[in-house]
Design a protein around this ligand. Structure first.
Ligand SMILES: [Zn+2]
Length: 236
């Protein structure tokens, strides 16, 4: 009877160990890590582009001020030229050259501003897209986290139930059997006991000698496989 209980205990322990592996593997299999990484990459991308946009807008404002200064300068020169105060032809020619230079600067500046405005516009649209992707990624991550939590909560509940059953079962088994089981289980990856089916050890598949076999019918005897050392149990 003790051996049968011990066999049940081993089956339960193997199931518990399976369940513990599932609990350990669940986060890795849930996709939460990947979803988090994906979201973080999007957020990094967003903040990088948002910084770029901020700096582009600042630069555009500076250029607008710069242009205003050029225009003011041109107007001042024209006022002087056409105001009648300056009469020297040479001086007028010099002023005209200056106006032309400033007008050239203004055209160049306006080209740059146009490029910058295009870049700002495309950044704004990119940021808009990334924001949508971030919202979706966040939703996906939340969903995966929730699924993982639900799964872990189910698995942990099963584990608790199994451990309670194990405690109950172990309470019915003599300590000397439990001790033997424990030390054999460590040696055989949790499989301390082997079933005997058709006179073959279920642990190592080796035939059990007839001399040895006889002991299996003594329910209180502890019989070990001569080949692998596992405790043999014959189930009905
Ligand atoms: Zn064996």
């Amino acid at each position: 009877m003790q051996l049968q209980l011990l066999w049940k205990l081993q089956e339960l322990d193997l199931s518990i160990s399976d369940l513990q592996s599932k609990i350990e593997e669940a986060p890795g299999l849930s996709g939460v890590h990947e979803a988090k990484e994906y979201l973080e990459n999007l957020e990094d991308d967003f903040s990088e582009k948002a910084d770029q946009l901020k700096s582009d807008r600042k630069q555009l404002k500076q250029m607008e001020l710069e242009e205003q200064t050029i225009v003011e300068h041109i107007n001042e020169l024209k006022d002087s030229m056409y105001g009648g105060k300056v009469t020297s032809v040479k001086e007028l020619e010099q002023m005209q050259r200056k106006v032309d230079l400033l007008a050239g600067d203004r055209v160049k500046l306006e080209d740059k501003m146009l490029n910058l405005m295009e870049s700002i516009e495309s950044l704004e649209s990119e940021l808009n897209d990334i924001e949508k992707q971030i919202n979706q990624a966040r939703e996906d991550l939340n969903k995966k986290e929730k699924q993982l939590q639900d799964k872990l909560s189910d698995l942990n509940q099963d584990l608790e139930e199994m451990q309670a059953r194990r405690g109950e079962l172990a309470g019915k088994i003599d300590q000397k059997y439990l001790d033997k089981y424990q030390s054999l289980a460590e040696k055989h990856q949790g499989k301390a006991l082997a079933r005997v089916v058709d006179d073959i050890c279920g642990g190592c598949r080796v035939f059990i000698s007839s001399a040895h076999r006889g002991h299996l019918y003594n329910p209180s005897a502890m019989v070990y496989c001569e080949n692998c050392g596992r405790l043999l149990v014959k189930l009905d």
